[in-house]
Design a protein. Structure first.
Length: 151
């Protein structure tokens, strides 16, 4: 291959380069735009929730109470949900004349796409974790309705 042929092919390639770059860039940005999110959803925009299973039965109790609420759908797969709800509990013994067990539960609702928190609450009880799950769901419904009324 001589110098003229090589130079001619280089010139042809340099003329086609802007077109090739435009095609590559437009093809690369289209899928990225579909997955990007501006930020977390507002609480009232959440229409479906996936409840992350936990080692204790507390997440199950919360899920059972959420299933009774008509405004939100509970999904069996995280990829089908708008938001992910995680519940963590910690039980400690309080020093007293009688043994008292205190359970603290924390529930966090996170936007599935942006991974940013939407809502969070913490409750404690010394008696009934079933009632504690009810309190958390009651707080979520109140905050959800309050968020919807603001818009």
């Amino acid at each position: 291959m001589n110098f003229r042929t090589l130079r001619h092919r280089t010139v042809q390639l340099s003329r086609a380069m802007p077109t090739i770059l435009a095609l590559l860039l437009s093809a690369g940005f289209a899928p990225a735009q579909a997955t990007m999110s501006a930020g977390p959803l507002l609480l009232h925009q959440v229409k479906s929730i996936y409840v992350v299973p936990s080692s204790d039965d507390f997440a199950f109790l919360v899920k059972a109470r959420l299933e009774k609420w008509d405004a939100i759908a509970i999904t069996s797969k995280p990829e089908e949900a708008d938001a992910i709800l995680t519940c963590r509990t910690a039980t400690t013994m309080l020093p007293a004349k009688v043994v008292v067990w205190r359970t603290v539960a924390e529930a966090t609702l996170v936007d599935r796409r942006s991974q940013k928190p939407i809502w969070k609450t913490e409750r404690a009880t010394t008696f009934d974790t079933s009632g504690l799950a009810g309190e958390i769901v009651e707080q979520l419904t109140k905050d959800w309705k309050k968020s919807a009324s603001q818009y």
